[in-house]
Structures are given as C-alpha cells and as structure tokens.
Design a protein around this ligand. Structure first.
Ligand SMILES: *[C@@H]1O[C@H](CO)[C@@H](O)[C@H](O)[C@H]1NC(C)=O
Ligand SMILES: [Zn+2]
Length: 416
C-alpha cells in the first residue's frame, strides 16, 4: 500500500507557520492557568501544574485524523517557548479529507541538530473522533483525581508526560547531555500511520541525516513496559450466492449461510499462538448480507480483523491470512472473494529494564511504521481499555508516574 509520495519531503529548515495564525500565550490556551486550578494537595510534584496545563491545552485542541493542524501549531509554540529547536514535516492530507489545513509531524531538540542521537522520544498527536472536552474532577487535585477527555489516554497523556519528563530531566540532571535526545510527535497514527511512515521514509534522505540508537514510543500501557505488541491483519470477504424465493431454497444459494458457516469455522480454528503473545484472535467486525427475510440472499459481506500472535514482524500476518483463505475455499470452492488491505506480525520491544512491570499489548502502534535499526521501548500512562471509548480518562497519579518512569527509561536508554 502506498502511504506517502517520496517527493513529499524532508524537514524544511524551521518554517514560519501559516501567516495570520496568531501565537497564543500558553496561559490562555485551553482556558488553563493557575487561577483556575483547584488547590494542590501535599502529594503534588513541583511540575504538576506544568503537566496539567500542558495536557489541558493538548486535549482541548481537537485533532481527529486529518485535523491535526491546531494541535501541531500549539506544540510548535510550546516547544519553542521551552527552549527547543523545532522542525516540522508536512504530511499530505488523508484521501477522504483532501481540504484540511496543513498537518505536520513535529521534531524538537535542544542545542545543535546532530546526525545521531541516543534516543528518540515519540508519540502521536492525532486522536479518534469524536472530540470529548477536557474535564477535571472538582475539589483538591490529588493523585486520584480523574481527568476525562479525548486523548487523555491515547495518546496526549503520553505526549504531555514525555515532554515534562524531558524538560525536568534536562533541568535537574546535569549528567544528561541534552544532545542525546530528540523528540518526535507524529500525525495519523490512528488511521494509516501516514505521519510515521513519512518520517521513516524521510530518514533515507534527511539533511542533516538522523539516526537514533533507541526509540521510546508513548501509548497507553497502564504504566507498564511492553515486551511487545501483537500483529494485525485487516481484510474483507464477499460471498456470492444466488437469490431465490425463501420457500424454495434449493433454487438458490444462500450467501449468508456460506458466510455464517465460514466465519464459524474460522472462529473455531486455532489461528496460531506463541508463548510471548498468546493466541491469535479473530473479530468479525462488520457483517452484512441479503435483502429481506423471504429472499435467499445472493450476497454477503464481512470486514475482519485478526490480532496476530505468530510469525515474523514483516510476514506474520500472512500465516493467518492463508489460514483464513483456506477455510473460505474449503467452505465453498468459488463463492468467496477475499482481500486483505494490510497487516504485520507481532513486534517485540525491550522490556528488560529494572523497576518496570512487563506487559504485552494487543493493539497496533507506530513501531512497524518506523523502519530503521533501533532498540524499541513501549510505555505510557492510561489504559487501552478506555482509550477509544466515550469515557476516556486518566488519573493524575498515572500521569505523574509516567513522568517519573519516562525519566528512568530515558536514563536507561541513553546509558546503553
Ligand atoms: C488460547 O486458545 C486455546 C485453544 O486454542 C485455549 O484453550 C486457551 O484458553 C486460549 N488462551 C487464551 C488466553 O485465551
Ligand atoms: Zn495511540
């Protein structure tokens, strides 16, 4: 699949953002500011206000896929005010939203831009729709305080805690060389991964060049360090039958019946498992077919996703794809058309870092889209179980633990 044209470019030298777009002082963005903050309890770290104000501004700026311009501009302003050098990398609009304002990846570093870094700290700034406004529980803010809003978990909580962790590490730990670290925030993770793919492609011809020994990906892992994530496979299948009066089924061929039998077989089949990733799972996410109760249906459709636990990173999904194709064929030699749009196998990450609880996650990330030679880490605050839902939320305690943990993880990564 073709995600981005190779001509669509490298980071330009620091760009002036669209003229006419006023910079807003940070304290006015997203109605934050200490005058509105509830009183802090004794368990508050010194950077709690900085963290909550940053997250509030990020969450208050809607950024569903294709609509990342506003949050990108905010981030550029914020990082520049925090003494980072910033480059942006334009990403073409999504096919289904050709007229959106410019969207771009944001790359930020301190000091000279070097050709190689110890570690890349990265997450994504797009979210799933619909926008859900920022809402913080009333009363005194404590570690238990709940914050609701789209992106609080996936993944603006990671973005905010990564930035605060890096700020804090650089200002308090004189052993850390600011030139060991570079930050990257990408668009498009929730749909095609076009932001990270463009960044990855651009590494081949970036000027100055850019490489990194490791990358820390921010996604909700419940503050655990992921040893990897499952692969994925996305497909659709169509069954073709022959219509007839429902009283005379022998005169037709029911596409729905074929589809039901095939899906049932697939659900009962072992699609592969591994000790690290567990079972491959299979979801019939959309099921449609037929026209009316009294008509033998001529056509049935399904959209499918498998979460792949077997095989290699680049090819693991093909094992599962073949098993599904075989079952369709076995069900009916020629009734099915089967097509998979994309997929990949399971990806391992480094979870061997002292002080972290390991986990495995079942969702996709931008790791497969960043095709380079580096050690991977996957960590973030919040739970994937609330991530795309109506009640997405995070707690102040989870965020604050992430700021501490990201510092530990960065120290580990740059000491390797
Ligand atoms: C994995 O699948 C096997 C059967 O194939 C089943 O016995 C087992 O409970 C499954 N494991 C999980 C964690 O679902
Ligand atoms: Zn995410």
């Amino acid at each position: 699949m073709h995600w981005a044209s190779a001509t669509a470019i490298v980071f330009p030298a620091l760009l002036a953002l669209c003229a006419g777009q006023q910079q807003q002082p940070l304290s006015e963005v997203g109605h934050s500011g200490s005058s509105h903050s509830p009183p802090a309890s004794a368990d508050a770290p010194s950077w709690r206000d900085e963290l909550l104000q940053l997250l509030e501004a990020l969450v208050s700026t809607p950024s569903a896929n294709g609509q990342e311009n506003g949050v990108g501009q905010f981030l550029v302003d914020y990082l520049q005010q925090a003494q980072y050098q910033v480059d942006i990398q334009f990403v073409p609009p999504p096919k289904d939203h050709p007229d959106v304002p410019d969207r771009f990846n944001v790359l930020a570093w301190r000091g000279e831009r070097k050709p190689s870094y110890k570690t890349l700290v990265t997450s994504h700034i797009d979210v799933v729709p619909p926008h859900i406004p920022w809402e913080i529980e009333g009363g005194e803010v404590s570690k238990k305080t709940i914050i609701k809003g789209r992106g609080t978990t996936d993944a603006k909580g990671s973005v905010a805690t990564q930035i605060v962790a890096v700020n804090h590490l650089l200002s308090t730990n004189s052993d850390v060389n600011p030139e060991d670290l570079i930050l990257l925030f990408v668009v498009g993770e929730e749909t095609t991964g076009d932001g990270m793919r463009l960044f990855s492609d651009s590494l081949k011809h970036m000027d100055p060049p850019l490489s990194f020994d490791s990358a820390i990906f921010g996604e909700p892992t419940e503050n655990k360090l992921a040893c990897g994530h499952k692969g994925a496979l996305f497909c659709s299948a169509v069954a073709k039958g022959k219509d007839a009066h429902s009283g005379y089924p022998e005169m037709g061929k029911s596409a729905n019946e074929l589809m039901i039998r095939a899906m049932n077989k697939i659900l009962d089949t072992d699609l592969g498992s591994s000790p690290l990733f567990g079972n491959t799972t299979f979801n019939v996410g959309r099921f449609d077919g037929g026209v009316a109760a009294n008509v033998i249906p001529a056509k049935a459709f399904v959209d499918l996703a498998a979460r792949v636990a077997v095989g290699s990173e680049r090819e693991g999904h093909r094992v599962v794809q073949q098993k599904i194709a075989d079952i369709l064929k076995e069900t009916d030699e020629d009734a099915f058309a089967f097509e998979c749009t994309h997929g990949y196998g399971p990806y391992e990450c480094n979870c061997d870092v002292e002080g972290f609880e390991p986990t495995i996650v079942n969702y996709g990330t931008d790791i497969p889209n960043l095709d380079a030679d580096y050690v991977r880490y996957l960590y973030g605050p919040g739970s994937i179980l609330v991530a795309h839902g109506d009640h997405e939320y995070i707690t102040v305690g989870d965020l604050e633990k992430a700021v501490e943990d990201y510092q530990k993880l960065i120290l580990h990564a740059i000491s390797q």
